[in-house]
Ligand binder design. Structure first.
Ligand SMILES: [Zn+2]
Length: 369
């Protein structure tokens, strides 16, 4: 399919990079069928790699999963897992591009993973390695950015032209979607809100600093606080400990949520504290970014209003200029744990369109010659 003419390559390059109004117009003028092309999204987490075929409406048609390779394994082993999942899905579906959402720092070109906490990726040229092996257009994106994109396209962020998403899992994932694009910052590293310092000299964070926001508002914070109560042999924590089978290791985020739903006052209070810290941080973000909507996702957000109620209260109490300004709304994410996968697939769909355009032009030019 490669053209023998050097000029063709030059002509398609701006389109490939998505540059210029001509490329934009051409993309909008594409037949709607291409906008609905199924693509593959991949979510690389700390424990598992999930790959799924996603249609143009954001619906997951089929999903496969594999264990995340051990941290000491080489980058190639992780690529092997991804390639295997993609090829198995591509056997059964007519897919056109692959999007990879990875927990880690992805550079502004969405090509290299600069650092990944769960994997042996250090300045890893993942996009190039995968597109060479798969022969599909490949997009690499930070997982929080991918999730935010999915919520903006298909979920709780629809219709909002300035939204911030916060994903509360073991830490806090953050992303900003503005005017229909993910605001990645100059170097691709925007949205690391979890490491803003909120308590000078506070809890130590794996990032090396102390008092980071995610040490107070995350699944890890919830579990740490619950286990501290156990360590202090506080009688108030006995029902929670019983629910965990009497073992402190049995206390997890979902277990605290379950206990809170069942009315356990300690569990409710633990979520209240995490929610309050969430609201304080949201107020800080509103002061800096002034979005219209905060979308809250991740495992801890499954607690619903047990988390978001105190978060909204603290947000209103802390927001600068309160009473004299429009206030952002704080809403629950809609897509659950599929958001990262759906978002990665949809971001890849944008490249798939260009990929198809390029192929079409090459074919047309080939016919002219
Ligand atoms: Zn930190």
């Amino acid at each position: 399919m490669t053209s023998p003419h050097g000029t063709t390559r030059q002509a398609v390059l701006p389109t490939l990079l998505g540059l210029g109004p001509r490329a934009e117009r051409r993309r909008r003028a594409l037949p709607p069928g291409i906008l609905r092309l199924p693509t593959i999204g991949i979510d690389i987490g700390g424990t598992k790699v999930v790959a799924g075929v996603v249609d143009g409406e954001g619906k997951v048609l089929e999903k496969l999963r594999a264990d995340t390779p051990d941290k000491n394994k080489s980058a190639k082993v992780v690529e092997d897992v991804i390639v295997d999942l993609v090829l198995r899905l591509a056997d059964r579906h007519d897919v056109h591009a692959v999007g990879v959402g990875a927990a880690g720092w992805v550079d502004a070109e969405r090509s290299r993973v600069l650092f990944a906490p769960h994997l042996n990726w250090r300045n890893e040229p993942l996009q190039e390695a995968l597109s060479e092996r798969l022969r599909f257009p490949v997009v690499v994106e930070n997982d929080a950015n991918a999730a935010a994109w999915a919520e903006w396209r298909f979920g709780a962020g629809r219709g909002e032209d300035h939204m911030v998403m916060l994903t509360l899992g073991t830490g806090i994932g953050g992303a900003v979607v503005r005017d229909g694009y993910v605001d990645r910052g100059k170097y691709g590293l925007a949205g690391e809100f979890g490491h803003m310092q909120v308590v000078p000299g506070g809890h130590r964070c794996p990032c090396g600093n102390r008092g980071c926001w995610e040490q107070y508002s995350s699944g890890n914070a919830l579990v740490r606080d619950a286990r501290e109560l156990v360590a202090e042999e506080s009688p108030v924590v006995e029902p929670l400990l019983a629910l965990a089978g009497g073992a402190v290791e049995g206390i997890t985020g979902p277990l605290v949520t379950e206990a809170a739903r069942a009315g356990d006052p300690v569990a409710i209070e633990l979520l209240y504290e995490v929610g309050t810290w969430l609201g304080v941080g949201i107020a800080n973000l509103a002061a800096a970014l002034d979005p219209g909507r905060f979308v809250i996702g991740g495992g801890v957000s499954e607690a619903g209003d047990l988390l978001l109620g105190p978060a909204r209260e603290a947000f209103r109490r802390t927001l600068t200029g309160r009473g004299f300004r429009p206030e952002a709304v704080v809403v629950h994410a809609a897509l659950g744990n599929e958001a990262g996968l759906v978002g990665a697939a949809d971001l890849a769909r944008q490249v798939a369109r260009r990929f198809r355009t390029i192929k079409r032009h090459r074919v047309e030019r080939g016919a002219e010659a």
